[in-house]
Design a protein around this ligand. Structure first.
Ligand SMILES: Nc1ncnc2c1ncn2[C@@H]1O[C@H](COP(=O)(O)OP(=O)(O)OP(=O)(O)O)[C@@H](O)[C@H]1O
Length: 602
C-alpha cells in the first residue's frame, strides 16, 4: 500500500497526473476487493485470522468499496484519506492467527456496524453512511444530545467534528415500541421511517432536509433498557435508527426570532410541512445558519434547515403544529417559482415512491400525504398564501373546546357524502350483523399489538411496528364543528355525529390502491342503544366503537383516511375536490395584506 501511494504520488507529478491518480484508485479498489474477501472468510468461517482492530480497519475499506459510486470526487479523496488514517497501514496485517473471538469487543465486530435498511435510493445517504462507518471503525464514542426529548446521539469523526445525528427508534422519550408516541397518530418506532420519508419527499432539496437514512447500527454507546431501568454492556445493541447528516448551525429559530428570515426560506419549509402534515414544527426544529454579517454586527442572510421529521405523515388527520403560521413571511403570496414547484408536485408519484422505498409505512399515512398535497396544490392555484393554508389545516381552540380544522371538516363532509352515495348504490349489502358479533375473534390479541420486543433483525422490528396500524384502524372520535367565521360555507355543514363520518362497515375490507393490496381489520361492535357519545349513525345503523385496546381507544380524535376501500378512496377524493372551491372562497375573504398590515418589511 505504501508503495501504491508513493508510486501514485511520483507519477502524478508528471503530465498524466489525473490518469495516474485514477490508476491508483482502481488498484486500491482491487485491493479492497481482496480485503473484502478476507473479511468474508473471517466472518463466515471458524478460522479468524484478524483481531478486533484489524477487523475494524478492514471494514472501513469494505464500506468505502461498497459505496464508492455514490461518493463525489472530493468526498472520495477525503474518505480515502480518512480510511488510510483509520487503517493505519504502517501496521502489518500479518498478525498471528487468533483464537475465536471471546471478548466483548470482538463480538461487536461480528456484524457490520452500519447498514442501510431504509431509503437506499435516496441521494447522498451512502456517502453519509460511509463517513459514519469510518468514524465508528475508528472507535469514536456516541455523544448523547442534551437538548430535545432524548434518544438522539451525535456521531463525531476522528477530528472531533460532528458528522451525523442518530436516533434509535426504540429510545423516543423512554416509550415502548408500537405504543402511542408523543402524538397518538404516530406510534413509537414509527418516527425513524418518517424521518427518511421526509428526506425522500424533499425533491431537489427544496426545503433543505439533511440527508437521512434508516440504518441498523451497532454501537456499545447506545442506551440499553435491560428491563430494570439500567444499562448493561453484556449484550451490545444493534439498533434500528435514523441517521441524519449533521448540519453546522449557529442557532435554532427559537433563539433568533423570525425577523431575519427570508420569505423564500420560510415558504420552503412551510410548503414542505403542509404536504407532510407536520405535527411538530416548533422553532427548535428549524436550524439557522448565518451566511452574512451586516456592518452593525446584526445578523444578515441566514439559511434555515428543517430537522426532526419523526412526527410527519400521521396515521390519521391530526392537528399540525406550524411555528411559521404567525410569522409575517407566511402571509406573503407565493412567488412564481414556488407556484411552479407546487404545481409540479405529484402526490400519486410521491405515494409510489414511499411504497417502494419504505414499504412498512402504513397506507393511511400515505393517504395523508396525498390529501394534503392536493389541498396545497388547489389552495395555491387559487391564490391562497401559506398562512391561509396552514390556518385551514390547524384546529381551533374555542371556549375550552378543540374544534376540528377546516381541512378535517371538509374530509368529514366528503366521507359523509361517500356513505350516502355508497348507500344509494347498495354496496353494503354484504354487511352481516351476525358476523359483527365475531369481530373480536379477528382482532389481534392485546399482547400481540401492545408488546414490542426489540429484535436483532431490523426487518422484523419494522414489520412489527408497521403491522399495528395496518391491522387496526381507529375510527375517529368526532369533535364539534369549526366555528371559524372565515369559513362560512363549512359552518353550514351538519353535525358530525349525525353525518355518519364513516366508521368501518365490515370487519375486513380489501382494497387496491395502485400496485398495493391491503387488508384491514376494523374494530366495531354493534350497540344500537347508544347513539350518543361514541355512537355514530351510518346508513340507518348506529354503532358504538369498542376497541379491545383500551389504551389506544381513549381520546383518539381525527379523521382516518385508511379505513376506505380503494374505490371509496377515489370517490372520496372526488368529493373532497368538489368541496374545495367553496372553502377557499371563505379563506380568501381575509387577504394577506389585511393580516400583514402595511408596515411589514423583510
Ligand atoms: N441534522 C442535525 N444537524 C445538527 N443538529 C441536529 C440535527 N438533528 C438534530 N440536531 C440537534 O439535536 C437536537 C435534538 O434533535 P431532535 O430535535 O431531532 O430530537 P428530539 O429528541 O426529537 O427533539 P424534540 O422532539 O424535542 O424536538 C436538536 O435540537 C439539534 O440541536
Amino acid at each position: 500500500m505504501r508503495w501504491l501511494i508513493s508510486h501514485g504520488k511520483t507519477r502524478s507529478q508528471g503530465s498524466s497526473e489525473k490518469k495516474c491518480l485514477w490508476h491508483a484508485i482502481v488498484t486500491i479498489l482491487f485491493c479492497m476487493r481482496f480485503l473484502k474477501m478476507a473479511v468474508a472468510i473471517d466472518q463466515h468461517h471458524g478460522f479468524r485470522p484478524f483481531n478486533r482492530s484489524q477487523r475494524c480497519r478492514l471494514q472501513s475499506f469494505t464500506y468505502l468499496d461498497n459505496n464508492i459510486a455514490e461518493i463525489s470526487q472530493t468526498n472520495l479523496n477525503h474518505s480515502l484519506k480518512q480510511a488510510f488514517e483509520v487503517a493505519n497501514f504502517h501496521r502489518s496485517f500479518s498478525s498471528p492467527c487468533l483464537p475465536l473471538a471471546t471478548r466483548l469487543e470482538d463480538k461487536l465486530d461480528a456484524n457490520p456496524t452500519v447498514e442501510i435498511v431504509g431509503g437506499h435510493r435516496a441521494p447522498r445517504v451512502r456517502a453519509l453512511v460511509v463517513e459514519v462507518a469510518i468514524a465508528i471503525a475508528s472507535g469514536i464514542d456516541l455523544m448523547p444530545v442534551s437538548s430535545g426529548l432524548g434518544g438522539a446521539y451525535f456521531i463525531r469523526n476522528k477530528s472531533g467534528d460532528n458528522i451525523a445525528v442518530t436516533k434509535p427508534i426504540d429510545e423516543v422519550g423512554g416509550l415502548m415500541l408500537g405504543h402511542s408516541g408523543m402524538k397518538r397518530s404516530v406510534r413509537v418506532g414509527g418516527t425513524g421511517i418518517r424521518e427518511v420519508a421526509a428526506y425522500l419527499l424533499d425533491h431537489d432539496g427544496f426545503a433543505g432536509v439533511p440527508p437521512t437514512a434508516l440504518v441498523k447500527i451497532n454501537h456499545i454507546g447506545f442506551h440499553i433498557n435491560n428491563g430494570a431501568g439500567g444499562t448493561t454492556v453484556s449484550d451490545p445493541p444493534s439498533k434500528v435508527a435514523s441517521l441524519q447528516h449533521f448540519v453546522d448551525h449557529d442557532f435554532d429559530a427559537g433563539e433568533l426570532g423570525p425577523s431575519g428570515f427570508s420569505v423564500a426560506s420560510v415558504h420552503q419549509i412551510g410548503i414542505f410541512d403542509v404536504r407532510l402534515l407536520n405535527l411538530d414544527r416548533h422553532a427548535g426544529n428549524i436550524l439557522v445558519k448565518k451566511n452574512d454579517h451586516q456592518e452593525n454586527g446584526a445578523i444578515g442572510v441566514v439559511d434555515l434547515v428543517p430537522i426532526d421529521h419523526g412526527l410527519c405523515l400521521p396515521e390519521w388527520l391530526d392537528d399540525p403544529y406550524f411555528e411559521w403560521l404567525h410569522w409575517p413571511q407566511a402571509s406573503v403570496a407565493f412567488s412564481e417559482s414556488e407556484l411552479e414547484y407546487i404545481h409540479n408536485l405529484d402526490p400519486f408519484k410521491d405515494a409510489e415512491l414511499l411504497r417502494s422505498e419504505l414499504p412498512s409505512l402504513g397506507e393511511s399515512s400515505i393517504r395523508v400525504l396525498i390529501l394534503c398535497t392536493i389541498f396545497l396544490k388547489q389552495a395555491a392555484s387559487v391564490g391562497l398564501c401559506l398562512a391561509d393554508i396552514g390556518e385551514m389545516m390547524t384546529r381551533e381552540f374555542c371556549g375550552g373546546e378543540e374544534n376540528l380544522s377546516v381541512l378535517e371538516n371538509l374530509c368529514a363532509k366528503a366521507k359523509a357524502s361517500l356513505v350516502t352515495k355508497s348507500n344509494d348504490e347498495d354496496i353494503y349489502d354484504n354487511y352481516d350483523d351476525d358476523d359483527d358479533e365475531n369481530s373480536e375473534k379477528n382482532l389481534p390479541k392485546k399482547e400481540e399489538v401492545t408488546i414490542f420486543e426489540f429484535d436483532d433483525e431490523s426487518e422484523n422490528i419494522l414489520n412489527e411496528v408497521s403491522d399495528v396500524p395496518q391491522h387496526v384502524q381507529f375510527p375517529p372520535k368526532m369533535a364539534s364543528f369549526s366555528k371559524n367565521p372565515r369559513f362560512s360555507s363549512i359552518r353550514s355543514m351538519p353535525k358530525l355525529q349525525d353525518a355518519a363520518a364513516s366508521p368501518p362497515l365490515s370487519k375486513q375490507d380489501d382494497y387496491e390502491d395502485g400496485n398495493t393490496h391491503h387488508k384491514h381489520t376494523y374494530i366495531t361492535k354493534e350497540n344500537s342503544d347508544n347513539d350518543s357519545g361514541d355512537g355514530i349513525k351510518v346508513g340507518g345503523l348506529t354503532r358504538s366503537i369498542s376497541c379491545a385496546l383500551h389504551n389506544y381507544n381513549s381520546e383518539i380524535e381525527g379523521i382516518s383516511l385508511g379505513d376506505m376501500s380503494g374505490s371509496e378512496w377515489k370517490l372520496f377524493l372526488e368529493c373532497f375536490g368538489m368541496l374545495l372551491p367553496e372553502a377557499f372562497e371563505g379563506a380568501k375573504c381575509m387577504g394577506s395584506k389585511q393580516r400583514l398590515g402595511t408596515s411589514c418589511k423583510f
